[in-house]
Design a protein around this ligand. Structure first.
Ligand SMILES: Nc1ncnc2c1ncn2[C@@H]1O[C@H](COP(=O)(O)OP(=O)(O)O)[C@@H](O)[C@H]1O
Ligand SMILES: [Mg+2]
Length: 393
C-alpha cells in the first residue's frame, strides 16, 4: 500500500511515505471496536463482521449503539471507507479462515491487492500489520522462528534475553496475525518450517532446554496470512503439506468496469495530491486508460472483438501508477500536451517490461480495436490512433 501523510507545519512526527493501515485508519478501527459489541474470536480486536466492514466499507454511516461510550477522538457516527474492491463473500471467507485453525493463503496475479488485503485483515484482527516476513529465495528458517543477538549470546550464553524472535514468533506470543509475503519464493525447507509452525502452533528453542522458555506456544488469535503470486509458480512449487495447512483464496482482477475506474481515479488523485499538486486528469483520459488495461488483460474488447493479450500482467496497480504519472505530468506541465498523448508511451512502458514480443501485441491492439473505434468516429480514439508512431519508436 502506498499511502503518504503530509508533514504538518508543527511537525511532531516526520512525514512518512507509507503509513500502515492500523495508523492510517486508527479512528475507523477504534470506532468499529465500539460499534460492534458482538462476540469476538479469542484474541481478536474486532468482531468478524466488523473486520469485513473495515475492508469493504460501510455504504451507510454507522452509529454507535445507545449507551456505548465513544472512544477518545472518535465520532459517534462514521462511514467506513471502502478499501478493498471485490467480492464481499471472498473477504468473509478470509475472515472465517482466520478465526479457525488453518492459515490463509491469498493467491493471484501480481497487483490484485493481495498484500493490501492481508495488511487490512491483520490490522483489523490484531491491530498491527507489521508482523511480516518477506519471502525470497534467501529467506531462512531463522526468519520464521528466531535468531540470536550474537554479542549477548557470546557474553552470556543462550538466554531469553539473547533470543531475537521472528515476526512470526512475536505473533505467536501475542496471539496476533503474522504475514508471510510471497511464500512460494521461499525454498521448500523454509516452507516446511512454516508448516510445522502452523500445525504445532509452538516453536521449540532447544538452546534453552530445561528452562520455561524452551517452548513458545501460540496464544489464541495467532494465525498466518501468506500471499503468493501465480506468476511465480515453478520458482518453488508449494509442497502438498503446506497446501494442506492453508485455505486458498484466489484474488482476481476487478470485475466491474465502473468499480475499477473509480479506484484508479481515487487512488491516482490521492497520489497526485499527496505530492502537493492539483489533480486535473479528466474522465475521458481515465476511461480510455482503464478500457485499454481491461481489454489487454482480458483479451476481449467491449464490442466482443478478440485482442491478443500481452504476456505481462495489466494489473489495476499498474493502471493506478500510469494514471498517477499522467496526473503528475498534467499538474507539473499544464497546457504542454494533451495527457492522452502521453498514454501510448506509458502503455508501452508497462507492456514491454517482461517480453519484447508484447510490443507487437500492443501494436496489434492499436491496429485492431483502436483503429476501428477511430473509424467509427470517436474523437478520443482517433487521437490515440494518430499517436501510433509513438509505439514504433
Ligand atoms: N481490488 C482492489 N481493491 C483495492 N485496491 C486495488 C485492487 N486491485 C489493485 N489495487 C491497487 O493495487 C495496489 C497494489 O496491490 P498489492 O497489494 O501490492 O498487490 P499484490 O500483492 O496482489 O501484488 C493496491 O495498493 C491498490 O492501490
Ligand atoms: Mg504483494
Amino acid at each position: 500500500m502506498t499511502i503518504t501523510e503530509t508533514n504538518t507545519a508543527t511537525g511532531a512526527a516526520p512525514a512518512r511515505q507509507i503509513v500502515p493501515p492500523e495508523e492510517l485508519y486508527a479512528q475507523e478501527l477504534a470506532f468499529l471496536a465500539a460499534h460492534d459489541e458482538g462476540p469476538r474470536p479469542p484474541g481478536w480486536a474486532l468482531t468478524p463482521r466488523a473486520v469485513v466492514t473495515f475492508a469493504m466499507g460501510s455504504d451507510q454511516p454507522l452509529s454507535l449503539p445507545e449507551g456505548a461510550a465513544a472512544p477518545e477522538g472518535t465520532p459517534r457516527r462514521m462511514t467506513i471507507r471502502r478499501k478493498f474492491v471485490g467480492e464481499r463473500a471472498l473477504v468473509e471467507r478470509c475472515v472465517v479462515t482466520l478465526a479457525g485453525e488453518r492459515g490463509l493463503l491469498l493467491v493471484g496475479e501480481p497487483g490484485t491487492a493481495k498484500s493490501m488485503l492481508s495488511e487490512l485483515l491483520a490490522a483489523a484482527v490484531s491491530g498491527t500489520s507489521a508482523l511480516t516476513v518477506q519471502g525470497t529465495a534467501g529467506t531462512t528458517e531463522d526468519q520464521l522462528k528466531y535468531g540470536w543477538n550474537y554479542a549477548l549470546l557470546l557474553a552470556q550464553g543462550p538466554s531469553p534475553k539473547a533470543l531475537v524472535p521472528s515476526p512470526v514468533l512475536t505473533a505467536m506470543r501475542r496471539g496476533a496475525v503474522a504475514r508471510v509475503e510471497e511464500v512460494t519464493r521461499c525454498l521448500p525447507e523454509v516452507q516446511d518450517a512454516l508448516i510445522s509452525l502452523l500445525s504445532e502452533r509452538r516453536v521449540a528453542v532447544p538452546e534453552l532446554a530445561g528452562t520455561e522458555d524452551a517452548q513458545a506456544h501460540a496464544a489464541p488469535g495467532f494465525n498466518v496470512i501468506a500471499t503468493a503470486n501465480l506468476r511465480d509458480k515453478g520458482a518453488s512449487e508449494m509442497s502438498a503439506a503446506l497446501k494442506r495447512r492453508f485455505n486458498f483464496e484466489t484474488v482476481g482482477p476487478i470485475g466491474d468496469f465502473e468499480a475499477e475506474l473509480d479506484l484508479v481515479r481515487s487512488q491516482s488523485r490521492a497520489a497526485v495530491e499527496r505530492s502537493g499538486a492539483e489533480y486535473r486528469l479528466d474522465d475521458t483520459v481515465l476511461d480510455i486508460l482503464v478500457t485499454a488495461f481491461r481489454e489487454l488483460r482480458s483479451g476481449r474488447s467491449a464490442e466482443g472483438w478478440e485482442i491478443e493479450r500481452p504476456s505481462t500482467v495489466m494489473s489495476t496497480a499498474e493502471a493506478v501508477s500510469v494514471a498517477t504519472a499522467l496526473g503528475l505530468a498534467t499538474a507539473y506541465f499544464p497546457g504542454d500536451r494533451d495527457p492522452l498523448a502521453l498514454l501510448p508511451g506509458h502503455l508501452t512502458g508497462v507492456v514491454r517490461k517482461d517480453d519484447p514480443a508484447d510490443a507487437a501485441r500492443l501494436l496489434g491492439y492499436w491496429d485492431g480495436a483502436v483503429r476501428r473505434r477511430a473509424e467509427e468516429g470517436s474523437a478520443t480514439w482517433r487521437t490515440l490512433w494518430d499517436l501510433r508512431p509513438v509505439l514504433e519508436g
